[in-house]
Write a protein that binds this ligand. Sequence first.
Ligand SMILES: C[S@@+](CC[C@H](N)C(=O)[O-])C[C@H]1O[C@@H](n2cnc3c(N)ncnc32)[C@H](O)[C@@H]1O
Length: 217
Amino acid sequence: MAESKVEITGFLARHYDNIINIASLGSYSKFIRNAIGKMNIQAEDRILDLGCGTGRNACLMAQYLSTEGAIVGVEIGAEMIERFERNCQRFTNIIVVNARIDEAMDFENEFDKALLSFVFHGFPQEKQDIIIDNVKKALKPGGQLFLLDYEEFDLSEKSALFRWGFEKFECRLAQDYLKVDWKQKLSELGFGKFGSHLFYRNLIRLLKAELLKNNST
Ligand SMILES: C[S@@+](CC[C@H](N)C(=O)[O-])C[C@H]1O[C@@H](n2cnc3c(N)ncnc32)[C@H](O)[C@@H]1O
């Protein structure tokens, strides 16, 4: 997927967590711990982590789980999978599966929560629709999707420096992502009971969306 920058390989994959730490001037660890703390993870939750990367989020989520809970990461990058396995090896209830999240997946009615962390903005609309279909199928009725990604904002209202950085380092698809009203879109797709938390001067949002039990979409 040439226009996307969320498929991460090579040097960036091998040093992903360190690069994020440095780029955020050391603030990322506190932020991600805080964001995951707001997911209200229960000890027996089964969590699907889509585009799970190095396992940083999975390890943080695992701290809320008992041995009855579990995390399944889904990831396409070989280097990321290697790091995930190494980082999460101390947890017996975490696994990573090598699969694409933007193609039909086999999970059905088995997860309480699904996390899409800094990956969803990198897909064109038709792939986003497949990802949401996968989430809906994988969640139990009443299960919750957590979308940790950009808050919607008008790029043209930001400073010239911000726009330059966003256009240089983010993919074109991320600009399309900013223009979608995700609460509205997800409510059309059978989700509701939204909740959100904002971070980094309201640029980043953790959006909770519950799969409504009577949804027929
Ligand atoms: C920007 S990273 C975020 C990783 C992790 N979710 C986090 O928040 O630290 C995006 C991850 O999604 C993975 N990814 C991208 N496209 C994917 C796809 N189609 N299927 C599965 N994983 C994918 C990348 O390899 C990468 O590890």
